[in-house]
Design a protein around this ligand. Structure first.
Ligand SMILES: Cc1cc2nc3c(=O)[nH]c(=O)nc-3n(C[C@H](O)[C@H](O)[C@H](O)COP(=O)(O)OP(=O)(O)OC[C@H]3O[C@@H](n4cnc5c(N)ncnc54)[C@H](O)[C@@H]3O)c2cc1C
Length: 491
C-alpha cells in the first residue's frame, strides 16, 4: 500500500459525500485510524446528498426514527434528544407518535443535520491519517501504481483505493413526442436542482411527469411555497405510493426457499397478505417481513426473470415498498380531494406551445389509460420520473471515463454498474480490488439499495472488507438474508 506518509497505512478516496459516501468514510476512518480517508464531494455540505439537502421543513422521513439508526455514536434518536432545536422541530411528529421518539416520522432535514454533524465531528484537518474533505467534482480516474482521481478544476487526488458513492443521478428527459419541450424554458429537467422551482408563479398550472415519491415531494414543496395553481401528476399507471400503518408484526416467511420466479413471489405475497388481513395485521408488515430476503431473491433470479419483474411487477412493488409517512399521505390525499391536484394514468401524446410566439405555456394532450383523450395547459412540466439509472450512454464525466477505459461495466438491465460485493467488475468481467461502489450504482446486484437501512448494511460490509486489508482475511461469506435481519421489524 502507498500511504504517502510514514504513518498512513493506505489512502482511500470516496467520491460522493451523500449518506453512502459520508457514512462509509466516517466508519472506515473509525475502524482504521491509520488510513487516510478522503471524501471528494462537489457540494458544500457532507452527509446530505439530494434526499437530506434539498428538502423543506415539511418533508418527513418515510420511515420512523428507529429505522434511520446507522451505527454511529450517538445514535439518531439520542442525538435528537440532546439537540434542543432538533427536538423542538420534532413537536408535531412526537404528538402523532404519542411522545415515542423512535416511532416518530421526523422531518427529513434533521437526518441531514445529524449526519452532517457526525461527519464534521470526525473530520481531521492535520496532514497524515484521518478523515479529510476535498470539495470538487471527480471527472476521471487514471489507474497506475496508485489511482489518480482527476477533479474538474485540474487537481488530482492519489489513492490506493477509490469508492464511488455518486448516488442518485438527475432523471433523464422522458422520451416521447415533441422533444422541443425539453429544450424550452417550460421544462424542469431535474426537480432537485437548486433553481428547479425558482420562478414558478403561485397560480401557474404545473404538470408533474411521474406519480411516485419524487412527485409527492415536489407537490408538497410547491404547496409549502404557497402554490395555488392546478397540478396534474401523470404516469402510465397513475399509481401513487401507499402510506405507512403502525402496529402488528408478521414473521419472516421467506427463508431457505427463495421464490423461484416473479410469479411465485407475487403468489406468495398475495397469500401472506390475505392471511395477515384475516388476522387483523396491516399488509405493510408482510412487506417488512420480506425485506431482509429481497437482495438474495434478486440475485437468485435469471436476467429474464429480473426483466419480467421490472416490466410487470415493479410499479406495484415500488408503491407498496416505498411508502409515505402518514402525515405526508394525509396532505397529499387532501390536495387530491380539494381538486387542486389530479393524479392520472396515461401517456402524453403531444406538447404544443401556446400563446404569442409560444411564450404562454404548453398544451399537453394525453391518452388516458383505459381510453379517452384529455388536455391540460401547463406553465411548467416537471420531470419527476426518478433518478437516472442506465449508465451505458450517460455523459456524466466520471462514469463515462470509467466505462471508456473498461474499468466499469453498465449492466444489461440499465440499472447501474456491475459489481460483486461492491467491487467494480471490468469489461473482462474481473472484480477490481481497488475500485468499489456503494448505493444506487450497485442496484444491479442488490436491487433494493435506495433506503438508508440497506445502504447501512452495504457500508458495513465494505468497511469490514477494506479495514482488514493487509491482515489475515477471514472467509468472506456471501450476502445472505441474515445480513439484513435487522431491517424488517417495526417499519
Ligand atoms: C427525496 C428523497 C427522500 C428520501 N427519503 C428517504 C427516507 O425517508 N428514508 C430512507 O431510508 N431513504 C430515503 N431516501 C433514499 C435514500 O436515503 C437516498 O437515496 C440516499 O440518501 C442515497 O445516498 P447516496 O449517498 O447514495 O446518494 P446521494 O444522496 O445522491 O449523494 C451522492 C453525493 O455524491 C456527490 N457526487 C456525485 N457525483 C460526484 C462527483 N463526480 N464528484 C464529487 N461528488 C459527486 C453528490 O453531490 C451527492 O452529494 C430518499 C431519497 C430521496 C431522493
Amino acid at each position: 500500500m502507498t500511504g504517502a506518509g510514514a504513518d498512513v497505512a493506505a489512502t482511500v478516496a470516496v467520491v460522493g459525500g451523500g449518506v453512502s459516501g459520508a457514512l462509509f468514510a466516517v466508519k472506515l476512518a473509525r475502524a482504521r485510524p491509520d488510513f487516510r480517508v478522503i471524501v471528494i464531494e462537489s457540494g458544500r455540505r457532507l452527509g446530505r446528498g439530494v434526499a437530506y439537502g434539498a428538502c423543506a421543513p415539511g418533508h418527513l422521513l418515510n420511515v420512523p426514527v428507529s429505522r434511520m439508526e446507522v451505527g454511529l455514536e450517538p445514535g439518531f434518536a439520542d442525538w435528537l434528544r440532546r439537540d434542543e432545536r432538533a427536538l423542538a422541530a420534532m413537536g408535531p411528529a412526537l404528538a402523532e407518535s404519542g411522545g415515542d421518539l423512535p416511532s416518530a416520522f421526523a422531518p427529513r432535514v434533521l437526518f441531514g443535520d445529524y449526519l452532517q454533524d457526525r461527519v464534521a465531528a470526525a473530520l481531521s484537518h492535520d496532514p497524515g491519517p484521518g478523515l479529510k474533505a476535498v470539495r470538487g467534482e471527480a471527472v476521471g480516474i487514471h489507474p497506475g501504481s496508485t489511482l489518480a482521481v482527476r477533479l474538474s478544476d485540474g487537481r488530482q487526488v492519489d489513492a490506493d483505493i477509490v469508492v464511488l458513492a455518486t448516488g442518485n443521478m438527475a432523471p433523464r428527459a422522458p422520451g416521447g413526442p415533441d422533444a422541443w419541450l425539453y429544450d424550452s424554458e417550460f421544462f424542469v429537467p431535474d426537480p432537485w436542482a437548486s433553481d428547479a422551482l425558482a420562478d414558478i408563479d403561485p397560480d401557474d398550472p404545473v404538470l408533474l411527469l411521474g406519480t411516485g415519491l419524487t412527485t409527492v415531494d415536489i407537490v408538497l414543496k410547491l404547496e409549502a411555497a404557497g402554490h395555488r395553481g392546478a397540478m396534474l401528476a401523470l404516469s402510465r399507471r397513475g399509481l401513487i405510493p401507499t402510506a405507512h400503518a403502525a402496529g402488528g408484526a408478521w414473521p419472516a416467511f421467506i427463508e431457505e426457499t427463495l421464490p423461484a420466479s416473479p410469479l411465485t413471489l407475487l403468489r406468495l405475497f398475495r397469500r401472506q397478505v390475505a392471511q395477515a388481513k384475516a388476522a387483523g395485521i396491516p399488509w405493510q408488515r408482510v412487506f417488512d417481513a420480506a425485506r431482509p430476503a429481497v437482495p438474495a431473491i434478486w440475485r437468485s433470479w435469471t436476467l429474464k426473470q429480473k426483466r419480467q419483474f421490472i416490466r410487470r411487477l415493479r410499479p406495484r412493488w415500488d408503491v407498496h415498498r416505498h411508502r409515505m409517512a402518514p402525515r405526508i399521505a394525509a396532505r397529499f390525499e387532501a390536495l387530491i380531494a380539494s381538486g387542486r391536484l389530479t393524479v392520472a394514468a396515461g401517456h402524453v401524446s403531444h406538447y404544443r406551445p401556446i400563446g404569442e410566439a409560444g411564450r404562454a405555456g404548453v398544451e399537453v394532450a394525453y391518452k388516458v389509460r383505459g381510453g379517452g383523450d384529455a388536455r391540460f395547459t401547463a406553465r411548467r412540466v416537471i420531470n419527476c420520473t426518478g433518478p437516472r439509472r442506465d449508465l451505458a450512454e450517460c455523459g456524466v464525466p466520471l462514469i463515462a471515463d470509467l466505462r471508456n477505459q473498461g474499468l466499469a461495466t453498465p449492466d444489461a438491465l440499465g440499472l447501474g454498474l456491475e459489481t460483486e460485493d461492491s467491487a467494480l467488475i471490468d469489461d473482462r468481467r474481473r472484480p477490481s480490488n481497488r475500485l468499489f461502489a456503494l448505493g444506487a450504482l450497485t442496484c444491479p446486484s442488490w436491487w433494493e439499495i435506495v433506503a438508508v437501512p440497506e445502504i447501512a448494511v452495504q457500508v458495513d460490509r465494505l468497511v469490514a472488507k477494506l479495514a482488514r486489508e493487509g491482515e489475515a482475511k477471514p472467509e468472506d461469506h456471501p450476502l445472505a438474508p441474515e445480513d439484513f435481519l435487522d431491517l424488517g421489524a417495526g417499519i
